[in-house]
Write a new protein. Structure first.
Length: 136
């Protein structure tokens, strides 16, 4: 490199960085100043990135949890609809009629499961348990 061109580049505040495969990038002083951050600035940036990734991970975990719940619910509903005469479906239905009223706290949620919460003809209802009218 000719000494006068080197001097000219330094005086203008421009540096040429050689990149692989013969490409070069031209940087000026402003670019170099922005690229150099203090340790505190870099830590703050990394902390912001960590928080963003934690939020993304939380969303991913909630999506997985929701999908698992939907699939379990779909399996239970499938068994209840397609194995009506089977012992397993009858046990699931009885268990749901026993446990869902304790689990569901909002009236809107109870309305969603109204068909499952109605007692069947061969099962005791919650109101007639213990008064002798339950089937034995």
């Amino acid at each position: 490199m000719h000494p006068s061109s080197q001097h000219l580049r330094m005086r203008l505040g421009t540096a040429i960085v050689l990149m692989p495969f013969g490409r070069s990038r031209l940087w000026n002083r402003e670019t170099m100043t922005v690229a150099r951050k203090t340790i505190g600035e870099r830590l703050a940036q990394l902390e912001a990135q960590r928080k963003t990734l934690q939020i993304r991970l939380g969303k991913q975990e909630r999506a997985i949890d929701t999908r698992r719940k939907v699939l379990i619910g779909a399996l239970v509903l499938h068994r209840l609809q397609h194995d009506r005469g089977g012992q397993f479906a009858g046990e699931i239905a009885a268990w749901l009629r026993r446990e869902l009223p304790k689990f569901l706290t909002r009236d809107g949620d109870r309305d969603l499961f109204d068909d499952l919460l109605k007692p069947q003809a061969n099962e005791p209802s919650i109101s007639n348990i213990g008064n002798g009218s339950a089937a034995s």
